[in-house]
Structures are given as structure tokens and as C-alpha cells.
Design a protein around this ligand. Structure first.
Ligand code: IMP
Ligand code: ZN
Length: 402
């Protein structure tokens, strides 16, 4: 493994934008589908190996069909496979393990609560409510957090390894799906408010996601205001689809609507923005004056915008075309690097850091800086100082080793 790759792997990282069901391991999805006789679409399983020649770095090639539209088609198959409590427990545990093994020290996992079967083999056992869905995830998170602390203490006392893996702290964000109804959104927000009262240390926020071509943030805005009034922090996906160039550009009603929506999102001033990659210049300039932290998901952006398509699936070529990232890096805009849907985009946070480093010529110090600055964007504010100490300490050790 080259030394920059090794550094990215061992760098303690913060993940702020990961969708639970989108982070499912592909192998698990295939297994769950087989058990339930669900036939998955070919595009989900198409492998890119044949596109590599020997001198290309396979790590940075992804020719899977993952346009925005294709992603949402794929997403529709996951609930058919993750349809009962056992499957939910399994994917939650595996996703936590995968992030922790990638040296993520703090994870905010987001998911939309769903009604599942108690047991897909025994439908007569009835269903698991949306509240039970969230409680199932929270109980796995809490168990995992305790096990991580014990494992770390044990390793510290018994191992001679200098870089004992740090413990990961997981937190939960409740999602609202913008393609659903206002009533469904209301149910999720009310549930989030209930859950934050019951589990104040673990439920940290709410978010708006889902197919960006459906509906409009403004329909849901009063609900997010209510969540804010109850102390929940808020992240909104935005700028995922093209919009008009400014408020006077009225050439196309879809573009105009996208502009107005993005403008309304910024006016609401969420605590963080998801993606924000296609924001028009005038809105981006306003944001530069009064920044809101952005959750950047490099591979996801490249794949959904099909930027790698013209480079034979080369993510490096694709990321060079990213509409914003270079500017954010140069101007030190507050952004974090994230995975979005590691199972769908075949990625992990190590790969994302390495990809950004390769494309924008960043060095170890720059990457450490991005990782540490992301701590300022976490929703569990009381954890901030301890996390910074933990990370700074580990980064110091890492640098001394290289
Ligand atoms: P879940 O909420 O755990 O079911 O995670 C999967 C869901 O996250 C998908 O069905 C989408 O609604 C949402 N999602 C995942 N990636 C994106 C994205 O890039 N933009 C908007 N929504 C997304
Ligand atoms: Zn997302």
C-alpha cells in the first residue's frame, strides 16, 4: 500500500453523511435477496473489472451505472431485502463495523424509519413499527459503542501495536424522504422529537433526502422548523439537480423552481447542507460570505452527475470536473468528506480521502486538517473537544511513524 493510502486508512476520520440502507454491503444485499427470492437488477451487480488495464489503479475506476435516476431505481430494491428485524439488525451492525474498521472515530448514520416485518419467515408475527425500527438501530448503536470502548481499553492494555484502533462513536439522524407525503414527513419528525427526548445522547438530528426531482423543501419547511424548536439539528440535501443561474433567469420552469428551492434552503439556514454541488454562483457566493458546513460526497457526486462517464469510469478524471470542490479547498470553505452510500458506490472513507488527495494534490497535513475541521460540524456538540484531542493525538503519532 502506498504511503498516502496508508495515511488515509489510519487517519482518524469523521463521517457525517451516510445513509444506512445505502451503506449495505453488496454481499449482504445479495444474500438477503437470495433468502427472500428477490431478483436484483443486473445494473446493481455489474462489475467493472473488465475495464481495468494493468497500469490503471483499480481503486479509482467505477463504471457501474449510478446516475441519479439509476441510484433511485436501485434504492427501491433494498427495502424488499431489508424487510425484517433480523435484516435491519444485521445491516446496522455491519455498517457500524465497516466504518469503525476504516478508522472512523465518529459516525452520524441517517435513515428513514420504516415499517418492517418482525420476521420474514413468520409473517403472522406481525410488523415492527417505525418507532421500533429506530429503537432497534439505537440499541445496536449503544451496544456497539460500549463494545468499542471495552475493545479499545483491552487492546491498549494488551497489545504492543502503536496504532491501536480508536473507538468509534455512532449517532443517529432521522431522515425525511422528500418523495413522500407531508403526513409521512410529519410522522418522522414527530418520531424524531419523541426519540430525542428518550435517547438525548444518541439521536442528534433530522435530515431531508430522497429523490431530488420530487417535491420541494418548502413543503416540509414548517416541520423542520418544529424539529429545530425541539433542539434537533438539521441537514438538508440540496443542489443535486441543475438550477437557473440566478433569480432573473426564467428560461425554464424546472430550473427556476430548483433555484427558488435552493434559495429557500439557504434562507432557512440548516446546520449543514448535503452535497450543495450544483448551487448557482450567486447563491454559492452568498454562502461563501456566511458559510454553512457542506457534507461533500466525492464519489457519489461524480457518479450521480455522470462525471466519470467521459473518462472511461475514471473517478480521478471525473472528480476534476466537480463543480465546487476545488474552490472549497482553495478558500478553506467548511466542508467534510463523506461516503453517502458506500454499498451503492463501492467506496469507503479512506478511498474518498485518497481520491480527493490525488485529484487536488493534497498532502498528509491538508487531509488531517480536513478531518479535524469536520469535528466542528458534528451534531453531538458536547463530544467536540474530546474528539479533537483524540484525533490530534493520533495524527501526531501517525506523522511520527511516516
Ligand atoms: P435509508 O434512509 O436508510 O433507507 O437510506 C437509503 C435512502 O437514502 C434512499 O432510498 C434515498 O432516499 C436516500 N438517499 C441516499 N443517497 C441519496 C442522495 O445522494 N440523495 C438523496 N437521497 C439519498
Ligand atoms: Zn445523501
Amino acid at each position: 500500500m502506498e504511503s498516502l493510502h496508508r495515511f488515509c486508512k489510519h487517519l482518524p476520520k469523521i463521517e457525517l453523511h451516510a445513509h444506512l440502507n445505502g451503506s449495505i454491503r453488496e454481499s449482504t444485499l445479495v444474500e438477503l435477496a437470495r433468502e427472500r427470492s428477490v431478483s436484483l437488477p443486473a445494473k446493481l451487480l455489474q462489475h467493472e473489472a473488465e475495464h481495468h488495464d494493468a497500469d490503471r489503479d483499480a481503486l479509482f475506476f467505477n463504471t457501474k451505472p449510478r446516475s441519479l435516476e439509476e441510484c433511485f431505481e436501485i434504492f427501491s430494491y433494498i427495502p424488499k431485502c431489508v424487510d425484517d428485524v433480523a435484516a435491519l439488525k444485521r445491516i446496522t451492525r455491519e455498517v457500524l463495523e465497516d466504518f469503525a474498521n476504516d478508522n472512523v472515530v465518529y459516525l452520524e448514520l441517517r435513515t428513514g424509519p420504516k415499517v418492517l416485518l418482525m420476521d420474514h419467515c413468520a409473517p403472522e408475527m406481525g410488523s415492527c413499527s417505525k418507532k421500533q425500527y429506530l429503537q432497534t438501530i439505537l440499541s445496536i448503536m449503544s451496544l456497539f459503542e460500549n463494545q468499542e470502548k471495552d475493545r479499545h481499553n483491552h487492546d491498549m492494555s494488551s497489545s504492543t501495536e502503536k496504532l491501536v484502533r480508536l473507538p468509534m462513536t455512532p449517532r443517529l439522524i432521522v431522515s425525511v424522504d422528500r418523495s413522500g407525503t407531508v403526513e409521512q414527513a410529519q410522522e418522522n419528525i414527530n418520531l424524531a422529537i419523541q426519540m430525542v427526548a428518550l435517547y438525548p445522547d444518541h439521536v442528534v438530528g433530522v435530515e431531508l433526502g430522497g429523490n431530488p426531482t420530487r417535491n420541494d423543501f418548502r413543503r416540509f419547511e414548517p416541520l423542520f422548523q418544529k424539529a429545530r424548536d425541539h433542539g434537533l439539528l438539521i441537514s438538508i440535501h440540496c443542489g443535486e439537480v441543475p438550477s437557473a443561474t440566478d433569480e432573473f433567469d426564467t428560461s425554464d420552469t424546472t430550473l427556476k423552481k430548483a433555484y427558488e428551492e435552493a434559495s429557500a434552503v439557504l434562507q432557512f439556514r440548516p446546520d449543514r447542507l448535503g452535497h450543495a454541488l450544483l448551487l448557482p454562483n450567486d447563491l454559492m457566493n452568498k454562502l461563501m460570505q456566511q458559510p454553512i458546513p457542506i457534507e461533500c460526497c466525492p464519489t457519489s457526486n461524480v457518479m450521480t452527475l455522470e462525471l466519470a462517464l467521459h473518462h472511461g469510469g475514471n473517478l480521478i478524471g471525473g472528480l476534476k470536473m466537480h463543480p465546487q470542490l476545488q474552490k472549497w479547498i482553495e478558500r478553506k470553505y467548511p466542508f467534510s468528506i463523506n461516503t453517502d452510500d458506500s454499498g451503492i458506490f463501492c467506496t469507503n472513507l479512506t478511498k474518498e480521502y485518497l481520491l480527493v488527495a490525488k485529484v487536488f494534490g493534497l498532502h498528509e497535513n491538508d487531509l488531517a486538517d480536513i478531518a479535524i475541521r469536520a469535528v466542528d460540524h458534528i451534531f453531538d456538540k458536547p463530544k467536540r473537544d474530546a474528539l479533537i484531542d483524540l484525533m490530534a493525538n493520533r495524527i501526531e503519532k501517525l506523522k511520527n511513524q511516516s
